[in-house]
Structures are given as C-alpha cells and as structure tokens.
Design a protein around this ligand. Structure first.
Ligand code: DHB
Ligand code: FE
Length: 284
C-alpha cells in the first residue's frame, strides 16, 4: 500500500521564483532566504518520494471570479507553468499522477469532501516556487522535477474560504485515501503559502512574528487544537493573505496521529512582503 512519509511546509512568495530565475540568489537580501533551504534540498535528494501531493492556492491564474472551486484536485498527466504576466517561469512542466489523483478523488469525495476534478490547469507560483525551493533549479541536461506531483488547489483568495478545521479533516481523509492505494508508493504532502503577510489596504506589509512562531509550535505539537482557530483570527493576526496558512493544516492532517519528527524548521523576515516559514516533518 502507499504511505505518507513526510510533510513539507513553506511560503511561496513569487519574488523568490524571480530571484531564482534571474540568478539573484547570491545577493545578500536573498542569500538569507535561500540559506534556510540548503538543508531542505539535501534532505529532498535523500528522501525523494514517488509522488508529491502539493496543496497550494491558485492566485486568480487558472481560476478567476468566473469559477471558484473551494478544493480542486489536478488529475491531468501534466500541468504547465502559468504565465502570471511576465511569461511562464523557466521551470519544467509538472508531471501529474492521474491514477493516484483519481483514487484520492474517489476516496475523499466518498468521504463527503466535495472536490472539483480538474483535467486541465496551468500552475502558478503557489506550486512552482515551493518546488524550486525544495528541489533547486533543474539543470538543462535533466530538465524535470524529481517526481510526479498532484496539484491540489484551495480557495483562500475569494470569500468564503474553508475553515482550518475542514482543512485538517480533509488532510485526514487524504491520508486514508493514500493508505488505501494498492501500490507501494512513498507520498509526501506539502502545505504552502503564508506565513503572516498582507498585500493590500492600510495594513499592507503586516508581519506578526509572535503569531507565526506560535503557529509553527502548535502545528507541530497540537494541530487539532490549532485547527479550531477561526478564519477571522488568521486575518486579524497574520494579515489578509495570512489565511493561506489554513492549507498547512491539510498537510498536517495527512500525517500520522503519532508525534512527528521535526527534521527542519526555518523562519525569516523579510522576503518581498512576506514572513517566510518552513518546516519538514517526518512520520515516525
Ligand atoms: C507575495 C506573497 C504571496 O504569497 C503571494 O501570493 C504574492 C506576493 C509577496 O510577498 O509579495
Ligand atoms: Fe500567495
């Protein structure tokens, strides 16, 4: 049977993608950000899974106000990097895993979570920046991500957004789905976005280190308690875009009920307008 081996959590700031693509990673400003991912890239090489189930949000790229799925699972064979206004990022096309994605959709929908099935979708910085941070820039000779990826898009852009509680329980349903897939696959679940940031309005630029630090502590030690935090607390404490953090609860809910091993923890301010947070948790 398939099993979930680890979960990864990281911010997905678009300027990080631009810094990588434009060769600016050595600049002092960016060096401090990328230093936090040196461990992660080595860890990823050592712990390459068979599939990544990557929870992220689309930023009005593939979806728009015309169509707003709360939870959308990518079932296609491939997903192209999206053009977000400056041309697509020069990163590999994401290879999907249609069989596992279809199995997860079947299991999770039968467990009463309404997923939108997506058979064609371009993926934006929410998905490609975490891949770049964890896997590095693919070389010209080997221009591919290290394994297939199932994109899982969550609406945290247009209200109403799903609660942390629902996200956590959805993670549990995803765990059950993976564990009932009849092939010995190692699967990682990634939660992306956050941490505190607000891109708009009078509070633009908001960062809340105390909130972020407590969120990381509770995500590790008390995810179920953390999942009860209402969405308005995220917005008040972590800013309007801080609500992206509910997606981390999907990845955490997919982990075993036993305490995880904290393989890596990193926090840095600033990266663009965002507090960068990053965790790697391994199933014991
Ligand atoms: C920034 C962060 C995001 O999460 C995002 O989606 C867009 C911009 C930023 O910090 O600039
Ligand atoms: Fe974002």
């Amino acid at each position: 049977m398939a099993r979930i081996t680890a979960s990864v959590y990281t911010s997905h700031v678009p300027a990080i993608g631009a810094a990588l693509d434009l060769g600016k990673t050595g600049e002092p400003y960016w060096q401090k950000v990328f230093a936090g991912y040196e461990f992660s890239k080595a860890w990823m090489k050592e712990h390459t899974p068979d599939v990544i189930f990557l929870v992220y949000n689309d930023h009005a790229t593939a979806f728009s106000l015309e169509m707003i799925p709360t939870f959308a699972i990518g079932c296609a064979a491939e997903f192209k990097p999206a053009d977000e206004g400056w041309g697509p990022r020069p990163v590999p096309v994401v290879q999907g895993h249609p069989e596992l994605a279809a199995h997860i959709a079947q299991s999770v929908i039968q467990d009463d979570f309404d997923l939108t099935i997506v058979n064609r979708m371009d993926v934006d910085h929410g998905l490609t920046v975490p891949l770049s941070l964890m896997c590095g820039q693919p070389s010209v000779d080997n221009f591919a991500w290290p394994c297939p990826v199932i994109p899982f898009a969550v609406n945290v852009v247009q209200y109403p957004v799903p609660s942390g509680r629902r996200c956590f329980n959805l993670g549990r349903a995803i765990r059950k789905a993976v564990e009932s897939y009849d092939a010995p696959l190692k699967v990682q679940v990634w939660g992306t976005g956050g941490m505190s940031h607000q891109l708009q309005g009078p509070r633009a630029g908001l960062i809340n280190r105390a909130f972020d630090s407590a969120f990381l502590d509770r995500l590790i030690a008390d995810p179920e308690g953390l999942s009860k935090m209402p969405h308005i607390d995220y917005v008040r404490e972590a800013g309007s875009e801080g609500i992206e953090l509910v997606m981390w609860l999907i990845a955490r809910g997919a982990m075993s009920d036993n305490p995880p091993k904290v393989a890596h923890r990193f926090y840095h301010v600033p990266a663009s307008n965002t507090a960068v947070g990053h965790l790697i948790l391994e199933n014991a």
